[in-house]
Design a protein around this ligand. Structure first.
Ligand SMILES: NC(=O)c1ccc[n+]([C@@H]2O[C@H](COP(=O)([O-])OP(=O)(O)OC[C@H]3O[C@@H](n4cnc5c(N)ncnc54)[C@H](O)[C@@H]3O)[C@@H](O)[C@H]2O)c1
Length: 336
């Protein structure tokens, strides 16, 4: 929608249904079906495309799956990220790289404060460890190969819990809700009182684009990490979110959530400090919690309950609405 020539890499279409297919995403870009663990393939793609900007999002991104297959998680998230860094190292042309890790990269000590970019990395579960590991690789490539050498500018970006239409990943709370509710079933949840920095997917994406722009135009953020999340007074529990979604999905239904004990460790309290993004990038969130859950629910309502407006059109309309609200809130990236 911004007019870029887009090239995408994925080793498979993961979910069914999938936003990639439903919104015909492939029509607007050049797709490579390739595994980021295949270094020669990554080098071949990078040297043929010679990208101006790289946004590295490919990952094994599900906490529960990381317990089932930790090796797959580590090879994808740590070795895969290293391969992207290595492919960047082979470029001789200028390139800005925005490396997406996660808020889970922080060693979660269940404290009440938001994590800052300088806090210790780590993680008790395999997914968190893999994201901490990816961060270490980004840092070492920056210091060993990119810093002060000219052509590669790089940042790592750490978003809070992302929600939004089009997500059908397994074992994620929002897709789980709409899968169950659209089949007239209750949704089963594991940790109703876990607090998370929920945000609509367009919020960190605006931050990632802003980071790319700033890396290309400002001298002072190369090698820096940035958090993207809601304001720290806006951390809600899983059950807060589900109540909001359920009210909008089916206001007359009172009993569509079932609580079960979790069988694996997940952090209870997680907050992000976003002062650095505000200071260096002038970035701040656009939507409040009500808008975040409404925009998310409306997408699934259109898909499952509505007139089935074309998924691509509906998604693009939501993006335009989001930009309009950001302009009304005078958020810098939307005014450019
Ligand atoms: N969803 C969240 O709440 C959240 C929060 C913070 C950070 N993140 C991070 O943002 C990024 C995107 O997350 P998402 O929620 O869109 O996840 P997702 O699972 O929906 O998408 C990840 C994509 O990575 C690709 N992929 C996976 N393994 C691959 C491999 N070996 N080779 C090539 N491609 C591969 C696939 O196309 C897959 O669809 C991830 O790095 C994730 O860790 C997600």
């Amino acid at each position: 929608m911004l007019g870029a020539d887009v090239y995408g890499i994925s080793n498979q279409v993961y979910d069914a249904p999938s936003l990639y297919e439903e919104a015909r995403v492939g029509e607007g870009l050049t797709s490579y079906m390739a595994d980021i663990r295949d270094l020669p393939k990554m080098q071949e793609i990078f040297s043929s495309v010679q990208p101006d900007f790289v946004f590295h999002l490919a990952a094994q991104a599900i906490v529960k799956a990381s317990y089932v297959d930790p090796v797959d998680c580590m090879t994808t998230n740590i070795i895969g990220t290293t391969n992207i860094l290595e492919a960047l190292r082979g470029l001789t042309t200028p390139c800005v790289a925005v490396m997406i890790t996660s808020d889970k990269c922080y060693d979660n000590v269940e404290w009440i404060w938001g994590y800052r970019e300088t806090d210790a990395l780590g993680g008790k579960d395999p997914y968190s460890a893999s994201k901490g590991g990816a961060e270490l690789m980004i840092k070492t490539y920056y210091h060993s190969y990119f810093k002060g050498k000219g052509n590669i500018k790089i940042s790592s970006v750490r978003a809070g819990n992302v929600i939004g239409g089009g997500d059908w990943a397994a074992n994620r709370i929002v897709p789980d809700c709409f899968r169950a509710w659209s089949a007239q079933e209750k949704v089963v949840i594991r940790s109703p009182l876990a607090t998370r920095p929920w945000q609509h997917v367009l919020e960190p994406l605006s931050g990632y684009l802003m980071t790319g722009l700033a890396l290309a135009t400002q001298e002072n953020i190369d090698g820096e990490a940035f958090n993207f999340g809601p304001p720290t007074d806006r951390n809600f529990t899983v059950i807060d979110l589900l109540r909001k979604l359920a009210e909008r999905w089916a206001p007359e239904e009172k009993d569509i959530v079932e609580i079960q004990q979790s069988d694996f460790y997940e952090a209870g309290l997680l907050k992000l400090n976003i002062d650095k993004a505000l200071y260096y990038l002038n970035w701040r969130p656009t939507l409040n919690f009500q808008q975040t859950s409404d925009v998310t629910c409306d997408w699934y309502k259109n898909y499952y309950q509505g007139q089935q407006t074309d998924v691509r059109q509906f998604t693009e309309a939501q993006i335009k609405d989001y930009v309009r609200v950001a302009q009304e809130n005078e958020i810098l990236w939307a005014l450019k």
